[in-house]
Design a binder for this molecule. Sequence first.
Ligand SMILES: Cc1cc2nc3c(=O)[nH]c(=O)nc-3n(C[C@H](O)[C@H](O)[C@H](O)COP(=O)(O)OP(=O)(O)OC[C@H]3O[C@@H](n4cnc5c(N)ncnc54)[C@H](O)[C@@H]3O)c2cc1C
Length: 353
Amino acid sequence: MLTNNLKRHSPTIAIIGGGLGGSLCACFFAKHDFQVHLFELRPDIRTQKTVKGRSINMALSRRGHDSLAYINCAEMIANTGVPLYARMMHDENGHTCAFPYGPYEKDPNHMILSVERDALSKCLLDEASKSSNITIHFEHKFISWNRDTKEALFCTSSGTQVKFNVDFIIGFDGSYSSVRAAMMKTEKINLTQEYLDLYYMEINIPAKDGQFAMPENYLHIWPRHKFVIIASPNQDKSFNATLILPISMFDSLSTSEEVLQFFQQYFPDVLSFIGSDEIIKTFRSSTPRPLITIKCSTYVSSAGDMLLMGDAAHSMAPFYAQGMNAAFEDCLVLFETLKQTNFDFQKAFIAYK
Ligand SMILES: Cc1cc2nc3c(=O)[nH]c(=O)nc-3n(C[C@H](O)[C@H](O)[C@H](O)COP(=O)(O)OP(=O)(O)OC[C@H]3O[C@@H](n4cnc5c(N)ncnc54)[C@H](O)[C@@H]3O)c2cc1C
């Protein structure tokens, strides 16, 4: 067992989870000149070739944009995305109909942007890496925190257990949060966790002759009552699509013929964009992933030293396209509260709830 005494610039803050919300939150602390330690379970995604299952496109809305603007990253992120001015519905006969988002859709400060999840994650980690106030510990899995000794226990990818002394813990570690599990051992938290009957699979719609296969500034939606495909554009002129389907239907698509017949019946235009071979390859190489929602009765420990943010606190169905935006907005709300309490962390954490 190794023990690390983190450099003191009181208080010492540990953010658990270096995903979208955690890396942004670290940048917020750094901006206010606080030393922060960001612990991430996985290896650095910037050194990984592909991150299968995490390359979905995200719809970044005003709430998320404002939080990125706080750390002066909104413009840089906007440059990696494609603006969405409206939704485009596709019926089973190939007819389309556009529904604009609203009067502000073309205002750069209000428009919804399609951004690649991986690109966004990498930008935020790059930003965090630039700051001398942030230390990132990849391949560190949070296990527990002892309030009396202030020791947080982590397991590294090599299996070594390491301890760090920290004063405040922020759980930005996603829907299956270990921080939340640790908090629930001592706190009375009512947790509602619900698996939807729906699973999702990513599908790539490639560029056609170097151009977008469909009009580019739209969120394309193929609603089919109990299931749906949603696709949004990338700067390389492809679309990232997500097929959302009841698990029983995924299970029924076990042969290539069944997959092709399903697409011919419900999504013939999508099939024509992707091609039979590619769609079969996608089904053979992908595992459908579950969708979960989480609601917690409180986000903070009664001592005001542990806080849940992002999906760890409030994971929601992806149809709203708000989970990441809400996680980003959490950072703004926390920092408004910190400012109001003159950066008294305990008071701010309790007020945040
Ligand atoms: C199909 C789909 C489409 C979506 N589309 C949108 C959209 O268009 N717009 C939108 O706003 N939202 C969207 N969302 C929701 C969005 O992905 C999440 O709300 C967002 O990623 C939450 O960010 P987070 O930082 O809280 O959690 P995450 O991004 O899940 O990050 C959590 C991090 O914690 C790490 N971690 C976990 N356990 C530990 C541990 N014990 N120790 C250390 N680290 C740990 C994980 O490795 C991960 O990096 C979508 C979700 C899905 C599934």
